[in-house]
Design a protein around this ligand. Structure first.
Ligand SMILES: O=C(O)C1=C[C@@H](OP(=O)(O)O)[C@@H](O)[C@H](O)C1
Ligand SMILES: C=C(OP(=O)(O)O)C(=O)O
Length: 445
């Protein structure tokens, strides 16, 4: 896993126009869930377009350790033979979650309602991230958790079967916490209910229904009430994973900030709970078009084209944050090239991602010549009005793939190259990122 590898520094230099039609790897959130639910179905599921990144491979390894058979076919499709809900086996080894918060928190949910005990470990980044947000509801359901100080990994979780169904109102807008409770509810008698005051990505709800779980979503007084009936039997599925909108954001923002560019990313998931970035970029004046809209495996998909645009700073509506939570680092970069100031607030969750994404981006952006003001819950960026940044220095990616890719994109319109101290983390979500950018870009002589 990435935490054992030595750093891989790489410099990104000013580029000529970016152009081309590309695809990005499969959606990370959907890939994790497709492995987990297939592993709990009775029979063989087939998954096409699975993201073969380190985070998803950590999920695959954990599901294998708990009894599922998971194989990659010669055609690139994956097959999973599930153990059935309630059938997870005691893992013989610790579960190494690498850099992946989603793997950790969702798998804790699965283990919580089985009579098994699992020990979760992770890399230095994951070991700093808060786990109490899932420990709290899972303990109410009966799980017994021994955790490191501050609610961090390593932790040991002993599940309870039968677990206790709960009604849980999310105190933080987190799809991972929501999903952990719903997945625990899958093997819990009766109805487990999650109340979501602020909507977050709904891939778990869509896919659980697709696998045949009895799950309903109702909006009551502006809050989403999600009810799942437990002790479900899941039927195996054929899943086609769409391209990841969070990965597509990097080549598309690169096209917006590098003069003369036009880039199309085909087959991108455009689920409204994930598409906030594209809405915000349009508000900033970006030329972005969705074409060929269609539905793939219960998820909306489109081809997205972005052309170089004169961007204007805006106040980003904080209520859009959950639908673009992983896209703020690259939005900060877009804002650094806009005319005027962009104000982004309501982003305290960014401080507990793979790195403190507000602090890491503020530090790196300043180092390459951008004008930024760090706020406790966000960032104010004063843009260049389209002029290149200075670049010419090394920035730290801090075990955070999205930071590494954001600064790589900034380098494409900087006077002197931007060196990223470690591009290794990119392998967690977008292993072919550098090749794809090279394919699109024409170096300036
Ligand atoms: O459920 C998911 O797949 C994810 C939820 C989000 O995390 P939070 O639930 O912590 O907001 C997001 O940042 C992460 O990349 C993936
Ligand atoms: C926050 C992220 O992932 P995770 O929480 O799964 O580590 C991300 O991919 O940006």
């Amino acid at each position: 896993m990435s935490h054992d590898a030595s750093p891989r520094p790489m410099a990104f230099a000013r580029s000529g126009p970016l152009s081309g039609v590309v695809r990005v790897p499969g959606d990370k959130s959907i890939s994790h869930r497709s492995l987990m639910l297939s592993a709990l179905a009775v029979g063989e599921s087939r998954i096409e377009g699975l993201l073969e990144g380190e985070d998803v491979l950590a999920t695959a390894a954990a599901m294998r350790a708990m009894g599922a058979t998971i194989e990659r076919g010669a055609d690139g499709a994956w097959t999973v033979s599930g153990v059935g809900v309630g059938g997870l086996l005691q893992p013989e080894t610790t579960l190494d979650m690498g850099n992946s918060g989603t793997s950790t928190r969702l798998l804790m949910g699965l283990v919580a309602s089985h009579s098994i005990t699992a020990t979760f470990i992770g890399d230095a980044s994951l070991s700093r991230r808060p786990m109490n947000r899932v420990i709290e509801p899972l303990s109410l359901m009966g799980a017994d958790v021994t955790v490191s100080p501050g609610g961090r990994l390593p932790l040991m979780l002993r599940g309870l079967c039968p677990a206790v169904p709960i009604i849980y109102r999310l105190p933080v807008a987190s799809a991972q916490v929501k999903s952990a409770v719903l997945l625990a509810g899958l093997n819990t008698p009766g109805i487990t209910r999650v109340i979501e005051p602020v909507p977050t990505r709904d891939h778990s709800e869509r896919m659980l229904k697709g696998f045949g779980a009895d799950l309903t979503v109702e909006v009551e007084n502006g809050e989403r009430h999600i009810r799942i009936r437990g002790e479900a039997e899941l039927k195996p599925q054929h899943i086609v994973v769409p391209g990841d909108p969070s990965s597509a954001a990097f080549p598309l923002v690169a096209a917006l900030i590098v003069p003369g560019s036009a880039v199309t990313v085909e087959n991108v998931g455009v689920n409204p709970t994930r598409a906030g970035l594209y809405e915000v970029l349009r508000m900033m004046g970006a030329e972005i078009a969705f074409s060929n809209p269609r539905e793939v495996g219960g998820e909306p998909v489109a081809d997205i084209t972005a052309c170089f645009s004169t961007l204007s700073g805006i106040d980003v509506p904080p209520e859009l944050a959950p639908s673009m939570i992983d896209e703020f680092p690259i939005l900060f970069v877009a804002a650094a090239f806009a005319q005027g100031r962009t104000v982004m607030r309501g982003l305290e969750e960014l401080r507990v991602k793979e790195s403190d994404r507000i602090a890491t981006m503020a530090e790196g952006l300043r180092a390459i010549g951008a004008r930024v003001e760090e706020l406790p819950d966000g960032l104010i960026v004063e843009g260049t009005g389209g002029e290149p940044l200075a670049g010419g220095t090394t920035v730290a990616s801090r075990l955070d793939h999205r930071i590494a890719m954001s600064f790589a994109v900034a380098g494409l319109n900087s006077l002197a190259p931007v060196e990223i101290d470690d591009m290794g983390p990119v392998a967690t979500s977008f292993p072919n990122f550098t090749n794809l950018i090279e394919q699109l870009s024409v170096p300036q002589s």
